[in-house]
Design a protein around this ligand. Structure first.
Ligand SMILES: [Zn+2]
Length: 122
């Protein structure tokens, strides 16, 4: 798969693009990760400021971790429409849909280091 559509605006999107060329929505491509392999990979991400509390400075976490897909759950919220003389339910539609995808990163001890992770403050 090399093409898809932006989930925000529907425009055509190359999965290698870092942003949608039409609406600017970030594109985070995880297709290189084999969630079933158990293979560790380097993960680098910026921690939210409300977690780190380091005077508003950016804190980057680098870790060697095994990614897994813990759950993928789709739910929907039905909404009834009432009518008639007795205000009985006459129709039902889906008012919202949710998809919760839980990815887990389990850090592993690198063979060449005693550090399980690295924090960089910039
Ligand atoms: Zn878009």
């Amino acid at each position: 798969m090399s093409k898809t559509n932006c989930r925000n605006c529907g425009g055509p999107l190359d999965i290698a693009d870092s942003k949608c060329p039409f609406c600017g929505t970030k594109n985070i491509n995880l297709t290189d990760i084999d969630l079933a392999s158990g293979e560790a990979a380097n993960f680098i991400f910026r921690l939210p400021n409300n977690i780190t509390g380091v005077n508003g400075q950016a804190v980057y976490l680098t870790m060697l971790a095994v990614p897994t897909l813990d759950s993928l759950e789709m739910t929907s919220e039905p909404c009834d429409i009432y009518g008639g003389w007795n205000q009985a339910p006459i129709a039902r539609y889906t008012s919202s849909m949710n998809l919760n995808c839980t990815l887990n990163l389990r850090a592993v001890q690198p063979s060449q280091s005693e550090e399980i992770c690295n924090l960089t403050i910039k």
